[in-house]
Design a protein around this ligand. Structure first.
Ligand code: PMV
Length: 319
């Protein structure tokens, strides 16, 4: 019996993180340079369902996994969705090149790959919306109150303009965007950053609602440019990124390490730069022309980045 395999990409948030939790829009795109992979190896009947995720230090039979183990929870949820009460005899192997806990959607990508591989194995075709909904339930384990942007962009594998609890709006990217993604190397659990911000929002709702409105305005302008193109598009988009970063800094979402990388990218000639994802650590992104990408990557490396990805958000008509 031959194994079945499925993958899912990483993701970046281009604009609007955190405000998206408060029902403002955000823009995110998949990052195909990194991915999670799930492989299901069928076994002779009678064997238990085993989960092996060496990168996460996990190896167990499904029946002995803790109920809040995200991998096991994903398997149980998908099987229940398919109407199975008992798991098949198989070994599920999960690997990922997406750094964990750095805002690149590793959790959602792993869950998406698992749901996809189980669907293939059990001969059930699933729409992206069904996969996204299943993964959203798992995201709640990681994040508490996730907006749903990670599961959406990863399951649909498309740039999205996203508003919580609303149907997905795919973005028609006019001009490809070249981005350098740089890792502070610091793991900051999303639920902590989101929880901390929630407390500050509760203490001063007027101020934080104002920040969220400003971010919403940036997201709307960015959408217009990303979908409309124009000669000065990259320059304006870069400025919007810088403005978004400034508000995130005022909101207490950045960190010295993120700020250092953002400054290094701008000094090296990036069109704009900001943190991406939950903040306090994780990754930042810099928008650049294709020609400058390597210079900016080198500057970020010199400024202490622990990992660099140069990626492109492709135009809608590109493969
Ligand atoms: O999963 P991360 O680290 O990319 O963060 C998600 C973005 C937040 O807006 C901070 C949270 C959310 O649920 O949208």
């Amino acid at each position: 019996m031959s194994p079945v395999q499925a993958t899912a990409p990483g993701k970046i948030i281009l604009f609007g993180e955190h405000a998206v939790v408060y029902s403002r829009p955000a823009i995110a795109a998949p990052v195909g340079n990194v991915s999670a992979k799930a492989t299901l190896q069928p076994l002779e009947s009678g064997h238990p369902f085993r989960v092996v995720a060496s990168d996460l230090g996990q190896d167990y039979t499904l029946s002995e996994a803790a109920p809040d183990n995200p991998l096991a929870y994903t398997v149980h949820s998908a099987l229940a969705y398919f109407g199975y009460t008992a798991p098949p005899a198989a070994t599920l192997q999960v690997t990922s090149t997406i750094p964990l806990g750095r805002g690149l959607g590793s959790g959602a990508a792993i869950s998406t790959a698992i749901v996809r591989v189980l669907g293939q194995f059990l001969d059930r075709s699933l729409s992206a919306a069904e996969i996204s909904a299943l993964v959203y339930e798992v995201e709640k384990l990681y994040h508490g109150t996730p907006s749903g942007i990670d599961n959406t962009v990863i399951a649909f594998n498309q740039p999205v303009y996203f508003i919580k609890k609303q149907p997905i709006q795919r973005m028609m990217v006019r001009q490809p965007l070249t981005l350098v993604i740089a890792d502070t190397g610091i793991v900051a659990p999303t639920h902590q950053v989101v929880g901390d911000l929630r407390q500050r929002w509760q203490a001063n709702p007027t101020r934080y609602e104002q920040y969220f409105d400003e971010i919403q305005d940036i997201v709307e302008q960015a959408r217009h440019i990303i979908e409309g193109g124009g000669d000065e598009g990259g320059i304006i988009l870069g400025q919007l990124m810088n403005h978004n970063q400034q508000i995130l800094e005022e909101m207490g979402i950045s960190s010295p390490e993120l700020a250092q990388l953002v400054t290094a990218a701008r000094r090296a000639g990036a069109l704009g730069a900001k943190l991406s994802g939950a903040g306090w650590g994780g990754n930042m992104i810099a928008l650049t022309t294709p020609d400058e990408a390597q210079n900016i990557a080198a500057a970020l490396q010199a400024a202490g980045s622990k990992g660099i990805i140069v990626t492109k958000v492709k135009a809608a008509d590109q493969d």
